[in-house]
Write a protein that binds this ligand. Structure first.
Ligand SMILES: [Zn+2]
Ligand SMILES: [Zn+2]
Length: 356
């Protein structure tokens, strides 16, 4: 990409700078989010219309500039967008292709209700993450994993005289979790990290660089502490091995279509996948094998269908006396993305040859 664009700083359009310190799980949102007022301002001020990197993070709920919730649904067709889609274009819906900007005066009355404390935290989050991303190109240090443990230990010393248990209690985080973070054995998610920084009244960047004057700043915590709910904490409950085993065996015997993945099975049983695996590795392998086999069959069927569709579309274009270029054919395909697979591509090339 850098060669093609003659730009050598494209990594700052991504989270690569922070890849060592932010675990990738649940980091990036699965759907596109945007601030319609930012789009509109970019357009009316003749600026380049672009997607803010912060909007792609799952933790970011509001625009730091307009203090309004980010949108996830197009206000024309009400559909969600993928982060990258066929015909993606900054500022436009990839489903109906219409403009996503809105004048700031046109704020819709439906705003998802956050409590005042939640909103305060969400705005603070958007500002501190935005600041971190904006300063990424000018860092004087490399963000390594080790910085995280070092920073945490420094704050444990400051706030709780080095007592990890006391620190954990004050921030309402399980003691073992904080201990693993401090020893560098685990990394906190960006969500957990932001909660810690918020309580410590320190910006994310200052926390990671340890640039904040640790000695002189007041050691008080911000109260109330926002709750950190991780998916793991939610699933902590007694593990009923017999019941889980029965359920998995029943799923294996059923001819459910499509066969569920182990992740899906764990979700249904409301158990942690790793716990189930510890008890019943063979059953877990059987579930996964069946799921993969089903997925492979569906994929092959899908590819076959795309090839067949290409033959029909090209025939139709031929009847109209139009050459079946890739662009014309893809516009009519149900799943144009399948053109990235060699077999589908070959099907198109084969029919194109007949037209030459
Ligand atoms: Zn905005
Ligand atoms: Zn739309």
């Amino acid at each position: 990409m850098q060669k093609l664009t003659l730009n050598n700083n494209l990594q700052f359009l991504t989270l690569l700078t922070w890849s060592e310190v932010f675990p990738s799980m649940n980091l990036v949102s699965s759907t596109r989010a945007w601030c319609p007022y930012c789009y509109q301002e970019q357009l009316t001020r003749n600026h380049i219309v672009y997607e803010s990197l912060a909007w792609s993070l799952d933790i970011i709920k509001v625009c730091s500039y307009h203090k309004q919730r980010l949108h996830h649904n197009c206000h024309h067709c009400h559909q969600t967008n993928y982060a990258l889609a066929w015909r993606s274009r900054p500022g436009y819906c990839s489903k109906c292709l219409k403009w996503l900007g809105l004048p700031f005066e046109a704020q819709p009355s439906e705003s998802k209700s956050s409590t005042e404390d939640e909103l305060k935290f969400e705005i603070w989050t958007a500002i501190t993450v935005g600041d971190l991303l904006a300063k990424s190109p000018y860092l004087t240090f490399e963000p390594f994993k080790e910085n995280m443990a070092k920073s945490l230990c420094a704050y444990v010393n400051k706030v709780a005289d080095g007592n990890i248990a006391a620190f954990a209690r004050q921030l309402q985080i399980p003691r073992n979790t904080v201990w693993l973070w401090c020893k560098g054995r685990n990394l906190p998610s960006i969500k957990a990290l932001l909660h810690i920084c918020y309580c410590l009244k320190v910006s994310l960047l200052n926390f990671l660089t340890l640039e904040e004057d640790l000695v002189n700043s007041p050691p008080t915590l911000r109260i109330p502490v926002p709750q950190i709910k991780s998916s793991r904490q939610k699933s902590i409950k007694r593990f009923d091995a017999d019941k889980v085993k029965q359920n998995i065996e029943a799923i294996l015997e059923s001819d459910e279509y499509p066969a569920p993945s182990m992740e899906e099975v764990a979700r249904r049983l409301k158990c942690d996948r790793r716990t189930i695996f510890r008890y019943f590795p063979d059953l877990c392998h059987a579930i996964s094998a069946r799921y993969l086999k089903g997925r492979k069959a569906r994929f092959e069927h899908n590819i076959e269908q795309s090839c067949e569709e290409i033959r029909q579309i090209t025939q139709k274009l031929w009847n109209q006396g139009i050459y079946p270029s890739e662009k014309r054919v893809s516009e009519q395909m149900t799943m144009p993305g399948n053109l990235r697979y060699p077999k589908v591509r070959l099907a198109l090339q084969e029919v194109q040859c007949q037209f030459k």
